[in-house]
Design a protein around this ligand. Sequence first.
Ligand code: GCW
Length: 713
Amino acid sequence: MMRKSFFLVLMVLSLIVRGEDGSRLWLRYDPLSAEKAAEVDQNILHIHADMTKPSLAAGVEELQKAISGFTGRVVPHSTRLQHRSVVMVVGGSRLAGRLGLNAELQAMHRDGFIIRPMVRNRQSYLVIASPTQVGVLYGVFHLIRSIKIDEFSSELTVKSEPKFDVRILNHWDNLNGTVERGYAGRSIWLWNELPGILSPRYKKYARANASVGINAMTPNNVNADPLILSREYLYKVQALANVFRPYGVRMYLSINFASPMVLGGLPTADPLAPAVRQWWIDKVNEIYQMIPDFGGFLVKANSEGQPGPLDFGRTHVDGANMIAEALKPHGGIVMWRAFVYEPDGIDRAKEAYLEFVPYDGQYHPNVTIQAKSGPVDFQPREPFSPIFNGLRKTGVTVEVQITQEYTGWSDHLVYLGLQNAEMLKSETYAFGPGSTVARMTDGSLIPGRVSAFAGVANIGQDANWTGHHFGQANWYAFGRQGWDHTLCPEKIADEWIRQTFTSDPAFREPVREMMMSSLETVIDYMMPLGLHHIFAWDHHYGPEPWCYVPGARPDWLPRYYHQATKEGIGFNRTRTGSGAVDQYEQPLADKFNNLETTPEIFLLWFHHVPWDHKMNSGKTLWDEMAHIYQRGVDSVRSFQKTWDRMEPFVDAERFRHVQSRLRTQIRSAVWWRDAVMLYFQTYSRMPIPLHLERPINDLEYYKQIKLPYLHHN
Ligand code: GCW
């Protein structure tokens, strides 16, 4: 009794000292209800694992930490198999043989795991087994999660395998500590301190990734500083890789295509020049000597001013294959980005397809073409990029954006698990029905190629890692969807809420509902009906559909995208316009080509539509827009009300933090609604329906908002 109350006092004290800053993410191991604690206490008395294996040792540490947090009891590690043990088993080991698991494990994905109750000699165990140590660690995290979300029992039986082989976070972090499009403070990589000083955050980061199955990362921006490949920086990279290794997070690097010139002093970076090819071979060998399990390179070439093979009269295939050849002997891969567009093109949405699809079949098998999910640029809503139905013999990777560059930064509550799911389950028809974007990229339909899912990270130095507490859900969901893209986003949100806040239905249900409507909400108040890229210049936070910057590339200006005139609005991508519809497979091409059959969510993406066009609701296009913008604003107001009702269930610190951000979000939503409607009204000349809210400022006011210093770091 004494011990118990002492333990409780310690817990409370540590909470007061630590505060509830969100730093524990979804890995919060707080005391369970007596009933749940008893269930754990009865079933998990010991842990048995080969502690010489680093990932198993990490698994034991994690499980001990979790259970002592849940029940106040330290579960001992035991070198013998004992009754009611959690037993960690790696395929091929003597133990796996004794338990008769080898054949089953051999047939599994290397990261997959099974959790299964087993009885041997009248002793019962809960076995966590995988072909690899890291797979066992994934199983441990699964077990911990199931305790938190009430799925645990002595009969827990699971078999789980990832859908994508590479589940990778791309950090857009610069070596000087700033983060491109980062809204959670400065970079977590303290390059100046490395390799000598290892921030405790590195291990926490790796552990959080492992808990959701993320197994790869690039620490540096795709606008890559060549310095990353210098010997000096490779030592720093190596130090990070060593911390990540037990957690199964493999190191990849973003590289600058001109590195042989900048670092190597060569006169060219021409991918066909023998000296250049040798430079890459030598550099890759050097890296593998330092980091034997190095994953490969991510390359942004000939895009937004980055150097690339086109600068030397070569193609993307020449560039990608040259680097792939250097990596191949080591089993490394090249993730070659397809985010390319030229200022003179007639339709930016068509360009990646035009540049990459003609070479289908020529890329080496260890190359994957990494394309943003939509054809333009991470807008609140886009149709899927047609490159996913164009490339049929090449590995293709979907890149999603976890950081909220175009969805209100870390100020707005937007659950992106929904956006990922919408993209991944889009039907491309490339090989007939069932050819979803997920199956075109996970290796099911194009076997023998790289299978990967990439996300641009939203992580920074902020105590809560992601700026907004609900931004954590986007990191979490990315990992869970990379593991299993068939998981429903609602289930993922529910899991996250239960682990991060509470399982109490009075909290969980309304908050889940809020998350589930949050994507539609941001689309409503920013860019509904297929509108896109009417963002303010450079910062991409607020609206600036009127934006004009003398001398700027036309495809960096909103007019290029909305094309508003007195007659109507929208980008004509049909056969009478840019013809982008024909980059889609039938029946989609015809469907998008026809105004009547185009889903209204993509109306202005594919069509230039008269202001008085009759919508499905019976309203004119103009009235419909007015209603939708208002709906978005109303919805954010309802989020505020929902959240305020949640006060009794949340610690004061996180409660106020989210509350203050919802206030910012409603101000932004009103700004968006007013600015966009007032601006387009100068074309439509139609009134805002009288029963809707009136704008609170005039257009001139909104035009003055410039936010020149609107950068979070
Ligand atoms: O969305 C745009 C961003 C750039 C980014 C680029 C890219 C890293 O505005 O900041 O650069 O995309 O994806 O390469």
